[in-house]
Ligand binder design. Structure first.
Ligand code: ADP
Ligand code: MG
Length: 678
């Protein structure tokens, strides 16, 4: 019986147990998964060069006729070398094949081949070693190049791919109704898979990529929407507190900005409904999202229910804990902190408080979604920087309550199309203005030559009583030239920052240690914090007014903006100095943007423009199921079309239960299950 697309990869002809294991290493267990092993590039045999123009010591494609095969030579260690003389009609070259007599036998004298391999030698004598080749008469002149693993050759994968695709052609797997394919100008799935692997032309490969990327984006959007509509169709206990929000805002040490206030009103009117809220609170770093979150927690507590706030890192959780305690304790609320590093004894006590309802607001990391933590009446779930959480973590937290209201806080002002893709169809509250008295951070980009001058400036600020961050990209020294915090901190303490109190902070320190350092910095005992990007999210020390970023070229625009957001949080004039010796056009452009604007939305749009949405999908920062092709072939246009298509499909068939949508629905389920089971 011939293998089917869904039988074990081992049953493909010529694969077997041992090679099957190798395929598993690549994450491929069936022929079906094999056909979704997308080439990372193509080898185009059509673009060959004459021998004379071959670039020495590099890979070249040559068109060669074998003139004479020489007898194989056996040398030390059992190695066999086969050589053949060849010509391109003008110049001669030696073809050298190591340890592959079998392949060599297949070469025929008098026949012409396209050969791809490294060309070495000199003006007079050249050789091409260990080439791959195809016959010049072959109809497939563009060959796929795959990610390989030891023991699986490119040729082997191509042979198996051919077999798997042939199986597919005999049992089609199209998931989209023809009507949709026509409307969105998409090629049939089988054609696309054939042409992503063995394209007849560049245009065919492009068209295939477009279809497959569309599929991924569509499945992603459908999955997110289905998950959301499931939570939306359920209902949540009503919050009935009739008092006025000014009861709470009156206890704050400041007046909320208009944007904050309107976000609070959006949220409270959502909370008073039984349909679960699904709202994104977007606001630039420092715009005061936490105060808005606090108001939501306050209202929830007044209605007799619990709120939870989950942060992606321990530092950030501790930060939120402190802020929320400051905001909410005066109003009589009990805020608790639950992270992975609390002792078992303390954790037991916390669990008790959470279960009894004694805790009104629970702040923490993913420790708070573990099975053993039970909530008495969780009605509001807030996640900060949510795109850093996986889909399954979001779902786990939501399951702790009976369809709780959800509020997502994000400082990354992502454009709406992307937001829709990441969060599903949700409502958005925007905080555009910064609290009064905030001044934009003066930003300068300089080269390493000016480092000492930059530190003169840093010392002046420190002498005035301010504090500073110095950010490096690495923790430990490596082969690269990048600055590592450990060494940097030692050297700065002896050099540029001699006589000042400095401390080291990076992600690999134990959390108790991290917290100790952060506390010392917050308390002003540490003047300069030498750190990695662990300070990127959320850390709030208003007295810190200077930031130096080393190897600034290493950071993307959004990340630089996040980092810079750590300063300029108080009433002091603040400065950010970007140091880089990189002179690439891209880097210079990034530095220019950073120096010229502090508007997070503008920066985020520029970032998206420069990198393309594909880069975003490739970054694995979004907590979405992994994309195989959308990361290389995605465009905003395609994303919008996929979203449009998803909306159309769901409005006609909300659960995708029609027979013609069955195949598609199965793919959506598969995509999300994979994410959940890791
Ligand atoms: P982010 O939106 O980056 O999370 P935070 O909530 O951490 O911002 O707020 C940044 C700082 O601004 C905090 O120190 C906070 O207490 C302060 N803050 C928030 N809202 C206001 C306001 N309306 N007026 C003055 N300061 C505010
Ligand atoms: Mg924050």
């Amino acid at each position: 019986m011939p293998a089917s697309l869904f039988s074990d990869i081992e049953y493909l002809k010529g694969v077997g147990r041992a090679k099957g294991e190798k395929y598993r290493k690549l994450g491929i267990t069936t022929p079906y998964e094999l056909i979704y092993h997308i080439p990372r590039a193509y080898l185009d045999y059509r673009v060959y060069v004459p021998v004379q123009q071959a670039v020495l010591n590099e890979q070249n494609v040559l068109k060669l006729t074998i003139t004479k095969k020489l007898p194989p030579q056996r040398i030390r260690g059992g190695l066999v070398i086969c050589k053949a003389a060849a010509t391109d009609g003008t110049d001669d070259i030696l073809v050298v094949v190591y340890n592959n007599v079998y392949a060599f036998h297949a070469l025929n004298e008098g026949e012409t081949y396209y050969m791809h391999g490294k060309v070495t030698g000199n003006f007079l004598r050249k050789e091409i070693s260990s080439p791959t080749w195809i016959s010049a008469g072959s109809s497939v002149l563009i060959q796929p190049v795959y990610r390989l693993t030891q023991g699986l050759s490119a040729a082997m994968i191509r042979t198996n791919m051919r077999q798997a695709l042939d199986i597919m052609h005999s049992a089609p797997i199209e998931t989209l109704p023809e009507k949709i394919r026509e409307e969105y100008a998409l090629s049939p799935l089988e054609w696309s898979l054939e042409n992503i692997h063995f394209p007849g032309s560049d245009a065919a490969a492009e068209q295939a990529r477009r279809r497959l990327a569309f599929d991924e984006l569509l499945r992603l959007t459908l999955g997110m929407s289905l998950m959301k509509s499931r939570t939306r169709s359920s209902s949540t206990p009503e919050m009935k507190y009739g008092g006025d929000i000014t009861e709470f805002t009156g206890t704050l040490p400041f007046t909320l900005t208009d944007d904050q206030l309107s976000a609070v009103n959006d949220i409270i009117s959502d909370l008073r409904r039984t349909m679960p809220m699904n709202r994104l609170l977007q606001g630039d770093v420092g715009s005061g999202k936490t105060a808005v979150a606090a108001a939501a927690c306050w209202y929830t507590a007044q209605s007799g229910m619990q709120s939870a706030l989950m942060a992606p890192t321990e530092i950030l959780a501790m930060q939120h804990y402190r802020t929320l305690s400051d905001f909410l304790s005066p109003a009589g609320l009990n805020v608790v902190l639950l992270t992975g590093s609390v002792t078992p004894k303390k954790k037991a006590a916390l669990r008790e408080q959470i279960l009894s309802g004694e805790a009104d607001v629970i702040v923490g990391t993913h420790a708070m979604i573990q099975k053993d933590v039970e909530y008495r009446s969780l009605a509001l779930v807030i996640t900060d920087e949510q795109h850093r959480f996986g889909v399954e973590q979001r779902a786990a937290l939501a399951e702790k309550g009976s369809s709780p209201h959800r509020l997502v806080m994000s400082a990354t002002p992502i454009p709406r199309t992307l937001a829709l893709m990441i969060y599903g169809d949700l409502d958005i509250s925007l905080i555009r203005q910064l609290p009064n008295g905030r001044k934009p951070v003066n930003t300068y980009a300089v080269t390493g030559k000016l480092r000492h001058r930059a530190f003169n400036f840093v010392r002046e600020r420190l002498d005035e009583g301010r504090q500073a961050y110095v950010v490096c990209p690495m923790i430990e020294d490596s082969d690269s030239d990048l600055f590592a915090v450990k060494t940097y901190a030692e050297e700065a303490a002896k050099g540029d920052l001699r006589g000042y109190s400095t401390a080291l902070l990076h992600g690999r320190m134990r959390s108790a240690e991290k917290e100790k350092v952060m506390k010392a910095f917050r308390d002003g005992e540490v003047q300069a914090l030498i750190c990695t990007t662990v300070v990127e999210v959320g850390v709030d020390v208003p007295n810190a007014a200077v930031m130096v970023i080393e190897n600034a070229e290493r950071f993307g625009l959004s990340q630089l903006h996040q980092l810079r957001g750590r300063v300029g949080r108080g009433s002091f004039e603040s400065t950010c100095i970007l140091i880089t010796d990189n002179t690439s056009e891209e880097c210079i452009k990034r530095m220019k943007i950073m120096s010229s604007t502090s508007d997070g939305f503008k920066i985020s749009e520029e970032d998206l423009k420069m990198r393309g949405p594909g880069d975003f999908f490739g970054s694995a920062q979004h907590g979405l199921p992994p994309m195989k092709i959308a990361d290389i072939a995605c465009s905003t246009e395609l994303m919008e079309r996929a979203q449009h298509c998803a909306r159309e499909l769901l409005s006609a068939d909300p659960e995708l239960s029609a027979p013609e949508h069955h195949a598609l629905k199965m793919e959506v389920i598969k995509l999300f299950r994979k994410e959940i089971t890791g």
